[in-house]
Design a protein around this ligand. Structure first.
Ligand code: TMP
Ligand code: ZN
Length: 415
C-alpha cells in the first residue's frame, strides 16, 4: 500500500459489499502516535475512525485501513509491562505444552511475536521457538532474550520460506495480532502451509461479545481492523479446512477469547458444545443484526455526556485531576470526548519511552508514576481501565491520602 490509507469497500472475510456503518468517532490521529515537544506545532495526520458491520457474515471491521508501515514498522507496544499479560502468556504456554505433549523437537512459531514475551515461556519448556514480527526494534529485544526472530509481516509467501528454513510448526500462536491484519486469507493460507499435519493453531483476540456488552468503544482504533464474534470467524477458518477444538474466555484486554484450531478431522472434538453455546450467546446479544450496534453507539454518547459532566464539575471545584495509563485506548477516549490539559494536568505511565512525550491529538504530557507522590492530585482518571485493579493496588498511598480513582468503563465508577 503506497497511500496512507485505503477505504474498506468489501468485507474482509466474505467480500460482501453490504456494509452498515455505525459508531462514527470522527477523525483521529493514530492512537500510538506520541509526540515530542518540538513536534506539537506541526499538524498531525488524522484518519477516520468508524465501524462497518457486514450484513452477510456479521464481521465488524473498521471503515478504513491505515497503511501498516505507518503503524507497525517501529511499533512501540510492549506487553511485558503488565503482570496480567505475563500470567496469561505463561498459562497459555503451559496449557499447550501439556495438552499437546510438546518436546525438544517440537517447533512453536509465534506470529506477531513482539519482544518475544510469549515465546520465552515456551523456551523455558525447552521446545524450539521462532518469532515473526515486522518491527525491527522489537525483534532486537527478542533476540537479546535468545528468541530467534524473522523480521517480516506474516503472509503465504513468507510462510513458505519459513518452512524451507525451519521446517513445519507443531504449534502456531497468534495473540492479539489477527485483528491487526488486513488480509486474513493470506494469514490462513500461510498458517495452513506452515502447520504440521497434527499441529495446532492457537489464537487470542478481544471478543466482540465483551466489547459491546462492556461499552469498550475505546478499544476500537486504527490498529484494530477487525472485531470478531465466532460466527464470521468460523466462516473464515472453514474456508481453510480448520476447526475449533478449544475455547476459553479470558479477562485480559477487557474480555478476550482463546481459540485452539486443528485441521478438520474425524477425531472427537470436545469444544463443539461450547462453540454452539457461544454462538447462541452472540445471537441473543443481537450481534447478528444492526440493532445491538446502534444501541451500543447510543450508550457511548451517553457515557461521553456523563463523564464530561463529572469532570467539568470537578474542575469547577478546582480539583486536580490526572490520567493513569497512556494507553492507545486512553488516547481514543480523550480525543473523542475532547479531554485535554484543561481537564487532565498530565498522564502517568510506567513505559519509559512514553515519558516526556505528549499524547496524540489532545497533547497531554506523559510522566512517570512517581510524579503522583510529589504532586498529590485529587482524582486519577484510569484510562488503562483494563489494569484498574493492578493500578489501584499499586497506588495504595494515593488512596490512603484521600485520593479517588475514576474508572470510566464499562460505566463510570468512583473508588
Ligand atoms: P494497554 O492496555 O494498551 O496495554 O496499555 C496500558 C498502559 O498502561 C501502558 O502504556 C502501560 C500503562 N500501565 C502503567 O502505567 N502502570 C501499570 O501499572 C500498568 C499495569 C500499566
Ligand atoms: Zn462479511
Amino acid at each position: 500500500m503506497k497511500k496512507a490509507y485505503r477505504d474498506v469497500e468489501k468485507c474482509r472475510i466474505c467480500h460482501s459489499r453490504r456494509l452498515f456503518k455505525f459508531l462514527d468517532l470522527g477523525s483521529m490521529p493514530i492512537p500510538n502516535g506520541f509526540l515530542e515537544r518540538d513536534k506539537l506545532k506541526t499538524s498531525e495526520q488524522k484518519f477516520e475512525l468508524a465501524c462497518l458491520f457486514c450484513e452477510d457474515c456479521c464481521l465488524v471491521q473498521l471503515s478504513i485501513v491505515v497503511n501498516p508501515a505507518l503503524m507497525f514498522k517501529n511499533y512501540v507496544y510492549i506487553p511485558s509491562m503488565a503482570k496480567v499479560m505475563m500470567n496469561n502468556f505463561g498459562n497459555l504456554a503451559f496449557q499447550i505444552y501439556k495438552e499437546f505433549k510438546l518436546n525438544k523437537s517440537s517447533l512453536v512459531v509465534d506470529i506477531g511475536s513482539n519482544d518475544g514475551s510469549l515465546l520465552t515461556f515456551f523456551k523455558n519448556f525447552e521446545v524450539k521457538v521462532l518469532g515473526i514480527d515486522p518491527a525491527k526494534n522489537l525483534a532486537k529485544l527478542a533476540e537479546m532474550k535468545g528468541i530467534p526472530t524473522e523480521v517480516k509481516f506474516f503472509n503465504a509467501r513468507n510462510a513458505k520460506q519459513i518452512v524451507k528454513k525451519y521446517g513445519k510448526a507443531d504449534v502456531i500462536t497468534a495473540t492479539n495480532v489477527i485483528a491487526h491484519i488486513d488480509n486474513l486469507h493470506q494469514v490462513f493460507e500461510g498458517v495452513a502451509s506452515l502447520l504440521a499435519k497434527d499441529g495446532v493453531f492457537v489464537t487470542e483476540f478481544p471478543y466482540l461479545v465483551d466489547l459491546i456488552k462492556k461499552n469498550e468503544f475505546d478499544t476500537i482504533y486504527h490498529e484494530h481492523l477487525s472485531y470478531f464474534s465466532l460466527k464470521p470467524w468460523i466462516k473464515l477458518i472453514s474456508l481453510y479446512g480448520f476447526e475449533i477444538i478449544g475455547v476459553q474466555r479470558l479477562l485480559i484486554h477487557g474480555g478476550s477469547i482463546r481459540l485452539i484450531h486443528r485441521k478438520k478431522s474425524r477425531k472427537s472434538n470436545k469444544a463443539l458444545n461450547t462453540v454452539k453455546y457461544l454462538l447462541s450467546v452472540e445471537e441473543n446479544q443481537g450481534l447478528y443484526s444492526t440493532k445491538a450496534l446502534i444501541d451500543f453507539a447510543r450508550r457511548i454518547e451517553n457515557l461521553k455526556v456523563e463523564l464530561m459532566e463529572l469532570l467539568t464539575d470537578l474542575k469547577k471545584k478546582r480539583k486536580k485531576i490526572i490520567g493513569y495509563g497512556a494507553a492507545a485506548k486512553g488516547n481514543v477516549l480523550t480525543n473523542y470526548f475532547g479531554i485535554g490539559t484543561n481537564i487532565l494536568d498530565y498522564i502517568v505511565d510506567s513505559t519509559p519511552y512514553k515519558q516526556g512525550l505528549f499524547t496524540p491529538g489532545v497533547h497531554i504530557p506523559v510522566y512517570g508514576e512517581s510524579r503522583i507522590a510529589k504532586d498529590r492530585p485529587d482524582y486519577i482518571l484510569i484510562l488503562a481501565w483494563n489494569f484498574a485493579d493492578e493500578i489501584i493496588e499499586k497506588e495504595r498511598e494515593f488512596k490512603k491520602n484521600g485520593g479517588k480513582f475514576i474508572i470510566p468503563i464499562p460505566k463510570i465508577k468512583i473508588v
